[in-house]
Write a new protein. Structure first.
Length: 179
């Protein structure tokens, strides 16, 4: 769990049950919830810490049903983890897509001067190549895709997922930390 001033992020290692891969989705009611460990889940239910299986996403969607666009919860999933992002409804601006925290990371082999900005921009939320290009003030070019993003992905600094035809990139938090 990560608590930010504008949101709560709940991450879980491992992809979705049956290998479903969504990238980023705002439709929480369309996701089928499945317990991964029945023994642990049973203990949590017995302790009244967890409710019946399959009700969590529906309850979250119900609580946020009156929220505006900036306060919509969403789920980001890749092949090896997923993160549920719950915006703070009391934070007037909602989740800030443009928040780019200062990071500490080992220099990327064969890296560029854009690496730090890309990792910072993609740290809190996955972004499409076009969004990254716009943030950096550069064109959506082969150089950006291959030399910058491709190199960061190849060296494990970025995680890539595909939604429809769009590629989304998110910083691998094992490779970069908040300063």
């Amino acid at each position: 769990m990560d608590l930010f001033r504008d949101r709560l992020e709940i991450s879980s290692p491992g992809g979705f049950y049956r290998g479903e891969k969504f990238g980023k989705t705002y439709d929480l009611t369309g996701i089928i919830s499945k317990r991964r460990n029945e023994l642990i889940s049973g203990v949590l239910v017995a302790c009244s810490v967890m409710e019946a299986a399959g009700t969590g996403f529906d309850k979250i969607a119900e609580e946020y049903s009156q929220a505006d666009e900036a306060h919509r919860p969403y789920l980001y999933s890749s092949s090896d983890h997923f993160t549920l992002v719950l915006p703070d409804l009391t934070y007037a601006e909602g989740v800030k897509d443009d928040s780019a925290p200062a990071l500490i990371f080992v220099p990327v082999p064969g890296g560029t001067e854009l690496d730090g900005k890309v990792l910072s921009f993609c740290y809190n939320q996955a972004h499409k190549v076009s969004e990254i290009a716009e943030y950096l003030g550069v064109s959506d070019s082969t150089y950006l895709r291959k030399q910058v993003l491709g190199n960061l992905e190849a060296n494990g600094y970025l995680e890539k997922s595909k939604v429809s035809r769009a590629m989304f990139y998110k910083t691998n938090r094992d490779m970069a930390a908040l300063s």
